[in-house]
Design a protein around this ligand. Structure first.
Ligand code: UDX
Ligand code: UDX
Length: 435
């Protein structure tokens, strides 16, 4: 059992700290956002993540987990300090490291004992050395002995707790192998594969993994667009491809493309690192272009079906970037809504968890309380995020509420034949007849 602190209580930091506590460690989670810490102290979750509240409550109750805004309190007796603050993209795609710098500096200013600093945040290759420089520069040579270990996260939002507790692998990188081994001990109870390598390689594994997953999705979306012109069904193409063990079935679902706080940021950051180091990320650029064009493709389909979108009403089901999260960062749904609004359409939408943030991001969006209100007087209905509750709707009721009959199934979750028989004008993504 170790004493550790986690800096940053977002989707990554809060899950990381809570799961370490659940494994028996003593954890203090720090955030500079006082409101967030006050919510957590009152048992209110600042984010929606299935199953998280239950294990937060259990571990707070057991005295293994607490929350603070004070660095001295968080660092007291901590053998490890995990940095899990945001690393959002700058305009040119470079990762914004200001928060990592702020966290590293705050650690340095309050450090009075040896510690292992663990980069959990997704940080550009070489950052581990940079964090060490920050701490050395701030404290000069009197810095207590410390090491930096890269420990990138592979958590998917909506299944983050499970992904932490049942990882395919734990990746660690450091110039100090003893430090890496001590971090590895924290994960022993998970009995998963643990890979120890150098700092830069560990940081690169994170970027390369996300970029490859994003590439699979852009690949199948390009296949979807080709399937539409050739009359093939991309869902069956993906099924047939996935039977090849070298390909596998995962991450081959065609649709509106990827969003979230990771793929867009990490692919852009990797491409930026390549460009600034005189290499040409041709494939990464294509992966990003295909992904963005999927959003435009959906708007084009609606325009083909409805004609001029000005004055039309479009209902949108799902606003978060994927199901089972309230996160709307780079959500395909919100990007499409912005495009529709720019063309003069009226947009009404509903999401089980992401209503508040969506309204903040797209003020023109009219919020509805359920899918049937979204259909009310709509000329077209767009399924943008495949929440389970949208998979078995009462389509008689949907049809009765709608003014038009156009249905664009952005994530290919509905039975197109059935809907056509009911009189809907059904489009999917990469399904025959979808043009
Ligand atoms: C983010 C990225 O999504 C992920 O790819 C990366 O690996 C880690 O950073 P996430 O948890 O989604 O993970 O970040 P976010 O939801 O933005 O939360 C960051 C938290 O850090 C916020 O609560 C913020 O208040 C806090 N923070 C930020 C600090 O505590 N100190 C700072 O100096 C800056
Ligand atoms: C991703 C990585 O999976 C995770 O390992 C990393 O730590 C963080 O980034 P996340 O972004 O939370 O996780 O969700 P994920 O399930 O990977 O979906 C990412 C995006 O791809 C979503 O917008 C989703 O809708 C889309 N997607 C996913 C597809 O369009 N098709 C697919 O087959 C799978």
């Amino acid at each position: 059992m170790a004493k550790l602190c986690v800096i940053g209580t977002g989707y990554v930091g809060l899950v990381t700290g809570t799961c370490f506590a659940d494994m028996g460690h003593r954890v203090t989670c720090l955030d500079i956002n006082e409101e967030r810490i006050s919510m957590l102290k009152n048992g209110i979750m600042p984010i929606y993540e299935p199953g998280l509240k239950q294990i937060v409550d259990q571990n707070v109750e057991a005295g293994r987990l607490d929350f603070t805004t004070s660095y001295p309190e968080a660092l007291k007796d901590s053998e490890f300090a995990f940095i899990a603050v945001g690393t959002p993209s700058n305009d040119d795609g470079e990762a914004d490291m200001q928060y990592v710098k702020a966290a590293s500096s705050s650690i340095a200013k309050n450090l009075d004992h040896p510690i292992i600093i663990v980069n959990k945040s997704t940080v550009p290759v070489g950052t581990g050395d940079w964090v060490a420089e920050i701490i050395h520069d701030l404290n000069g040579q009197v810095t207590p002995q410390f090491s930096v270990v890269s420990n990138p996260e592979f958590l998917r939002e909506g299944s983050a707790v499970m992904d932490f507790m049942k990882p395919d692998r734990v990746v660690l990188g450091s110039t100090d192998s003893d430090a890496a081994n001590r971090v590895a001990e924290l994960y022993q109870a998970l009995r998963s594969d643990i890979m120890i390598t150098d700092l830069r390689t560990a940081e690169m594994i994170k970027y390369a993994s996300n970029a490859f997953l994003a590439t699979r999705i852009s690949f199948i979306n390009e296949m979807a667009n080709i399937c539409e012109t050739l009359g093939a069904d991309v869902r069956e193409v993906a099924r047939g491809m996935g039977m090849d063990k070298r390909i596998g079935p995962a991450f081959l679902d065609a649709g509106l493309g990827w969003g979230g706080s990771c793929f867009p940021k990490d692919v852009k950051a990797l491409a930026h690192m390549a460009v600034t180091h005189d290499t040409h990320p041709q494939l990464l650029q294509a992966v990003m272009d295909i992904n963005f064009n999927q959003r435009k493709h959906a708007v084009d389909k609606l325009e083909k079906a409805l004609g001029d979108l000005k004055g039309k009403t479009i209902g949108v089901l799902g606003l978060s970037f994927k199901p089972n999260t309230d996160d709307t960062r780079y959500s395909p749904s919100l990007d499409i809504i912005n495009m529709l609004v720019a063309k003069g359409a009226t947009v009404q939408g509903y999401d089980p968890q992401a209503m508040k943030t969506s309204k903040e991001e797209v003020p023109e969006l009219n919020l509805c309380q359920n899918p049937y209100d979204v259909a009310q007087d709509a000329d077209a209905l767009l399924l943008a995020t495949e929440w389970n509750e949208f998979k078995s709707l009462d389509f008689d009721r949907i049809k009765a509420n709608m003014r038009g009959n156009v249905v664009l199934d952005g994530r290919n979750i509905w039975n197109g034949e059935e809907l056509q028989e009911m009189g809907f004008f059904y489009f999917g993504m990469g399904i025959p007849g979808s043009l």
